[in-house]
Design a protein around this ligand. Sequence first.
Ligand SMILES: Cc1cc2nc3c(=O)[nH]c(=O)nc-3n(C[C@H](O)[C@H](O)[C@H](O)COP(=O)(O)OP(=O)(O)OC[C@H]3O[C@@H](n4cnc5c(N)ncnc54)[C@H](O)[C@@H]3O)c2cc1C
Length: 199
Amino acid sequence: MEKVPGFDVVRDLPKMGYRGVESCELRFTDCRVPSDALLGEREGQGFAQMMRGLETGRIQVASRALGVGRAAFEDALAYSQTREAFGVKIFQHQSIANYLADMATKLTAARLLVHDAAERVGSGARSDLESGMAKLFASEVAMEIALNAVRISGARGYSPEFDVERYFRDAPLMIVGEGTNEILRQLITKELVRRLSHD
Ligand SMILES: Cc1cc2nc3c(=O)[nH]c(=O)nc-3n(C[C@H](O)[C@H](O)[C@H](O)COP(=O)(O)OP(=O)(O)OC[C@H]3O[C@@H](n4cnc5c(N)ncnc54)[C@H](O)[C@@H]3O)c2cc1C
């Protein structure tokens, strides 16, 4: 890549999870960006364009959360059918069965929210409320499922030799990225009030 005066990629940032994608520190020092590098064609519209991008961005993060949650659930379900403790497969212990039932139920609910938001975007309707709800719920579900998959996997879930440990480190990015869940809760309530006042 051609070197841009005043712009440097300083270093790779170490991360808890999501190590397959690099995150870097960028440094801008009196960096002048030429007008032909303008993104989005119209000057002064950047904020609005970014905000519109967040609707699909949140569905994308929610979909990633679904993937992590599903992978953690499937590993835990498989392990619960092979590991025996106290004479039975561990899924036959009621407390483990309860975790698995809750995981599957919440995963299904999260998937429906993501599909609902994606269908709205596909139809051209405004979907900031729906994409916010999908990202909020799917990411919290991914966190919970990743944690419970570690519980179900016992010591194995704490070892980097098995994927469950990675899911537990990957899930937190989804509660932070594309608007933290604290901010999203505020946006959801604001949008609920706005829509109700227009009914
Ligand atoms: C691996 C990784 C990749 C990322 N990739 C991207 C990317 O590609 N593009 C991109 O744009 N960003 C990216 N981000 C940045 C991410 O979107 C931000 O980290 C996130 O929005 C939170 O901002 P912050 O880190 O400044 O936290 P802060 O704003 O400092 O938040 C700290 C805490 O305060 C809370 N808080 C802050 N303000 C409020 C408020 N008004 N009301 C209630 N609570 C509040 C937050 O919810 C959080 O709990 C990435 C982050 C990570 C970790």
